[in-house]
Write a protein that binds this ligand. Structure first.
Ligand SMILES: C[S@@+](CC[C@H](N)C(=O)[O-])C[C@H]1O[C@@H](n2cnc3c(N)ncnc32)[C@H](O)[C@@H]1O
Ligand SMILES: [Zn+2]
Length: 225
């Protein structure tokens, strides 16, 4: 039997308090898909702990118009849509056509076809085509370094709207200077400087006020201007 780490035991206990994850099957399918798709695949489904917190933020702010960058197979998009008002909607983007078609199946099976719109393409290209403003943006596309779409993404958030960024966990390795994983494969040898530079840039950005949550790792920002 595999020994669970302290962190895994804690997460299991807390997740157990919340009851069954209605989209656990999509989480599992995402993990299986990544193994089959090959090394270019980046479908790492969001942590269920993060989705619980983001869902609470959606409910607390009554967010209706939600944008996600990085759809994968739709695990997080389903949570975002389920937490939003019944007349709320989620636009979500993924670069791989095979992710889009699998996500469409998952979204349809969950009965959310009318409320989740999946757009295929690069975030850098798709974001400038979107209009209006969003109550909440969930950025699950960036990794280790500042995405080229940062300013376009910020422009799409309404004043008072929220930006939620997953994937901040390598910041711990960057700051502490040791890591079990070589994150340079996702960026370059300067990845540790790049992720810290991105954190500093966001903290000083005049359009947002940010707070980093260390467990589950999230960057939460409210648009101030
Ligand atoms: C970490 S996975 C997230 C999956 C999903 N949000 C979930 O929780 O199940 C990132 C996904 O975003 C896509 N992606 C990453 N960067 C992107 C970009 N710049 N433009 C479009 N898609 C992107 C990848 O193909 C991958 O499917
Ligand atoms: Zn894939």
């Amino acid at each position: 039997m595999t020994q669970q780490s302290d962190s895994e035991r804690l997460s299991s206990f807390v997740l157990g308090l919340y009851g069954e994850d209605p989209y656990a099957h999509v989480y599992r399918a995402s993990e299986e898909h990544r193994e089959a798709h090959g090394s270019e695949c980046e479908v790492y489904p969001s942590s269920p702990l993060s989705m619980r917190l983001v869902s609470l933020l959606i409910r607390a702010t009554a967010a209706k118009r939600i944008l996600e960058i990085g759809c994968g197979l739709g695990y997080s998009a389903l949570h975002l849509a389920a937490a939003a008002d019944p007349d709320g909607s989620v636009d979500t983007i993924d670069r791989f056509p095979e992710h889009v078609s699998l996500a469409l199946e998952n979204v349809s099976a969950a009965g959310f076809s009318q409320r989740i719109r999946i757009l295929q393409g690069e975030g850098d290209n798709v974001l400038p085509t979107l209009s209006g403003s969003y109550d909440l943006v969930y950025d699950d596309g960036w990794f280790v370094q500042e995405p080229a779409y940062l300013e376009t993404m910020l422009d799409l958030i309404r004043p008072g709207g929220l930006l939620v960024m997953s994937n901040w966990f390598p910041l711990q390795d960057a700051v502490l200077g040791h890591s079990d994983v070589d994150w340079s494969g996702f960026s370059d040898p300067d990845w540790a400087d790049r992720i810290q530079a991105y954190a500093r840039k966001l903290a000083a950005h005049p359009q947002i006020s940010i707070s980093f949550v260390l467990r589950p790792w999230l960057g939460l920002a409210v648009k101030t201007a």
